[in-house]
Each structure stands twice: as C-alpha cells, then as structure tokens.
Design a protein around this ligand. Sequence first.
Ligand code: SF4
Length: 360
Amino acid sequence: MKISKKYSTGILMFEVIYIENNLLDNPRVLEILKRYPNSEIKNIDKVEDVFGRVKKPYLQKRINLNLFLGEKKGQLVKLAPPAYGLSGEPHYYFVHAYNCIYECNYCYLQGYFHSPDIVLYLNHEEIAHEIKKVAADYHTQNPGHTVWFHAGEYSDSLALTSLSGEINHYFKLFKNMPDCNLELRTKSVNIKELLKEEPLENIITSFSLSPAHRIKNNDLKTPSLKSRLEAIRELNTKGFSIGIHFDPIIYDDQFIESYEELADQLLENIPAEKIRYISLGVVRFTKEVYQKVQKNYPESDLLAQEFVRSFDNKIRYSRPMRLWMLQKVKQQLIDRGVSKERIYLCMEDTELDPMNKTHD
Ligand code: SF4
C-alpha cells in the first residue's frame, strides 16, 4: 500500500476529528482543533457510537486516519496480570488512548480494535481520582508497599503527548504519591513534554529497544535506535528515571552479536546503575494477531520464524528456545555490569489476557 504524502512527511494529519458533545468547549479540544484547521469536525455523543462501528482495515492508517476526542467511561484503572512488571508489587494500568501512530509489524493492536483511528480520552481528572482511590485502598490493606501504574496499554505513552497534553497532570499527581510508581512505556523520542517537568523518581519513562536492524525491519515508522538512545541519554542526564524493555526479542542469525551490540550501545548512553529495570520478552502473538501479521505483512521475516502453537493457541518460540534466548540476553547484560536483580523476564506464564501483547 502506498504511503500517503501527508504521513511520509512526518506531519500527522487527521481527516476527520470526532468530538463528544460535552467536550466542545474543553480547552484541550480547542487547542487540538487549532493545530488541525483543515480537518473536518464532527460532533458525536459518545466515541463508542462511531469508533470501530464500521470495520476499517488496519493498514488504512497509512492513508487515512481520524481522531476521536472523548471521555473514558467504565472502569478507569484495572489490575494488570500477575508479574506484569517487577514481581512482588501490584501493577495497575489505566487507559487514556486507543491506537498508535507507529506501525510495528508484530503489534497486537492490529488484531484488537476494529479500527486503527486514534482515540484520546481527556478526562484525566477522573482517571487521577481513580488512581488515588486504588492506591489508597491497596495501602490500607498493605501499608508500605509500592503500587505501580502503567499508562498507554493500548497506545504509546509518549508519542502523542504534545497533542494530548496529560504529562503535567500526571507529574502533579504522582508528586504527591511517593509510594506509587508510574511507568510511561514508549518507542517515541517525543520527550518535549517530559522536559517541561521537574524529574520525579517515581515516574519512570521506559523505552523499548531492539537491535537497529530489527527496528528497521519490524518497528515501522518508529524512531531509530540511535534517536531512542539519545532520548534516554538526555532524560537520564537531566535526572529522569529510566526503564528499558528488550521486547520483543526476535531470533535471527545475528541474534547473539546484535544483542551484545545493543547492550553495549545502551550502556554507552546510560550507566548500568541508573537503569531502574530491564525487562526481557520474546516475541509472541495471539492466534488472531498472527493471522493479521500474515495478512498485513506477508513479506515479513517474522513469518519465517520457527514458532509453535502453544497449548493455549498462542504463537511463540518453543519453550526451550524462549528460555535459551532470554538467558542469553540476560547474561550479556550481567556480563556488562547490570545487576541481575534489575533484570526481569517476561515469561509466557505471565502473558495473560488482556495484555498478552507485544507492544511498546
Ligand atoms: S507496538 Fe507499540 S509503538 Fe509499535 S505500533 Fe504497537 S503500540 Fe505503537
């Protein structure tokens, strides 16, 4: 499919902007509209009335993307699956966006929604209220424990923050919640909004990294490894907390050398002791997402991998292969001075719905 010029220039455009009626005077909405004077505007009652109602093929995001602005309803903060992050601590996630401007060819979002259009939910006060409530309830039962919150489960946590404008909001919130951590997981280098804030130890920006050639082959339209490493360096130098995900790890005949090189490159940009954690996860798919990869990226070398269909129908490397790959990369990091307590493995046992995904 030919990529439309308006995307290839890197300037994101939206064909139609759908706005919930109750947000027509919202200052953030007005700000967003100023940036897209040429988009058609449509008023709607609720995002769910229109978004995904008519199936829109995933790859249409290359030529036509719409934006939805609304308020998230229902359960705003959800418990993440066991051992989602560092073990022994509870993990919750909240949703303030659907979909992503990037196009990683393994991304679980291609099998998740009926549309690749972007949804931004703007009711951050309500989400914040719920985060405080969840943390307070947990701390009543478990005083002194750290509670984790994760942003962007269905999107990239930083890519659109200049538009969505929530970063300041969450910095203010977590400044007063020192016994809670917030993880912003990203492949973006859009750190502009972060740099406006005073760094907080309990807000961790975590970057997903892969060897440069894998980023080129698989993380379509994302920033290069070099620019992600530069963003890491800059944030670390300015005192921001950094986490790293080597995820998804994909096997190829340069696997060992390319992960050695990646570890070296990472540690040239940030000292091992400044990395709060490194998670390692091997590529995996639900059956539905794998079928989408076959359809959307028939030429991808992902499809030439030796995967097996597991007992639960999920598509992965065989268990011995997964263990070998994870242990190999873990050892490479340990050999370079990363403490083993800071490395955790995303094993299949922890890959439970709804977040059995490979993204960010
Ligand atoms: S994997 Fe993450 S960064 Fe890539 S397209 Fe999906 S949500 Fe976006």
